[in-house]
Write a protein of this length. Structure first.
Ligand SMILES: *Cc1c(COP(=O)(O)O)cnc(C)c1O
Length: 393
């Protein structure tokens, strides 16, 4: 009998030949500044745990208390019987924090983006999208069946040109950008995009996955960072990165949220968060307001690490945030750098084509508030040593 799935095996063998086959590294401790992966203690520069909240005592306690009180599951999707008071509390907490009318929480940031774009637009509509927007936005665009117009990265003039061309063309227009781009760590040009959207009557949407908890007052995101409150109609955030838990959310008008309650497919057809997740997320927003020093430490660590990598001679690209790429050229070289770093006790992921353009392969580093200066210095020492060995600096 021939195996009808044998083409999968052939593809995997090809990846192995090209050197792009990826084995999963297994985390055997908590996700923290130093973690154990595959039996080895390493400095973790590969997590999105920006504020160190994955192990925060208040979040742990909230999760345990909710589990003791309410059990481990919600029992249903939100629209049947799976809306718990904890879910409503979390949505109200986020809406107040973001200074918007209302919020809806999804099971992940991915579901929030894909579910929202696909719900609010249809085949007669138009999406104007930055070429480096996240995969979940791209999937949402495809699911909506709207016409997709991609503009060059951060090119406000090009986005405006597309909007101008669509003037008088039937259908709604959605202008959409990441708040912080996850591969280069650069910030989306919100003020310019907001103005372009306003001039052409487009819906403005921002995905703040890497900006929530990082930019703006107490981590309120790019809308707060650029002070464009009330001018972004759809704000997406994640609970899986700086918040340290799991989930995604959409913030906006009460009408937008009510509409999504009725039409967003991941909300309608996939079970809601367990009590522990919702409770830990509520506690995380309390921590954002009560412990602003975490964000200060994150930025102090970011400035120090970036400055020292650049001084050592590494190409760190155009980053403006705690995401700092070390650009090395070809994908095989990035993966080699990542392996050598790991051997020396530093975890940083190698990323190549098609995630980033050919010739721009990199190792991506993310420092957190939880890293001590001593840990950063040790990581920098490893970078210098391996960089010299590989002829990168
Ligand atoms: C990580 C990420 C998401 C997805 O968030 P999850 O909560 O992990 O599903 C969406 N958009 C961007 C820009 C991201 O970086």
């Amino acid at each position: 009998m021939s195996n009808p799935l044998c083409y999968l095996h052939d593809q995997i063998e090809e990846w192995k030949r090209e050197g792009t086959y990826q084995r999963l590294r297994v985390l055997e401790s908590a996700s923290a500044a130093e973690s154990r992966f595959d039996g080895k203690e390493v400095i973790n520069l590969a997590s999105n745990n920006y504020l160190g909240l994955t192990t925060h005592p208040k979040l742990r306690e909230a999760a345990l208390e909710a589990t003791r009180k309410y059990g481990v599951g919600s029992g249903a999707v939100r629209t049947i019987s799976g809306t718990m008071s904890l879910h409503m509390q979390l949505e109200e907490r986020i809406a107040a924090f973001k200074q918007v009318e209302a919020c809806v929480v999804f099971q992940s940031g991915f579901a929030a983006n894909a579910g929202t774009v696909a719900a609010v637009l249809g085949p007669d509509d138009h999406i104007i999208s930055d070429e480096l927007n996240h995969a979940s936005i791209i999937d949402g665009c495809r699911l909506s069946k709207a016409k997709i117009h991609v503009f060059p990265h951060k090119d406000v003039a090009a986005a405006e040109k597309i909007l101008a061309k669509l003037e008088g063309v039937p259908g709604r227009k959605l202008l959409i950008s990441d708040g912080v781009f996850s591969m280069d760590g650069d910030i989306g040009p919100l003020p310019g995009l907001v103005e372009a959207a306003e001039r052409h009557g487009a819906i403005m949407m921002v995905d703040d996955a890497h900006a929530s908890g990082v930019l703006g007052r107490n981590g309120r995101g790019t809308v707060d960072h650029f002070d464009v409150h009330g001018r972004v109609h759809v704000q997406v955030g994640t609970l899986s990165k700086a918040i340290g838990v799991l989930g995604g959310y959409v913030c906006g008008s009460r009408d937008l949220i009510e509409f999504l309650y009725h039409r967003a497919r991941p909300f309608l057809f996939s079970t809601s968060h367990p009590p522990a997740v919702a409770a830990a997320c509520v506690a995380a927003f309390d921590v954002l307001e009560q412990e602003p020093e975490r964000i200060e430490t994150l930025w102090r660590n970011t400035r120090y690490f970036k400055q020292e990598l650049t001084a050592a001679g590494f190409d760190t690209g155009i980053s403006e945030t705690p995401i700092t790429p070390v650009i090395v050229g070809e994908a095989a070289r990035a993966h080699q750098l990542s392996r050598e770093l790991f051997q020396e006790g530093v975890l940083a992921t190698g990323i190549g084509f098609p995630t980033v353009p050919k010739g721009k392969a990199r190792v991506r580093t993310i420092v957190t508030a939880a890293h001590t200066r001593e840990e950063l210095d040790r990581a920098l020492g490893v970078f210098r040593k391996v960089g010299k060995k590989m002829g990168l600096v």
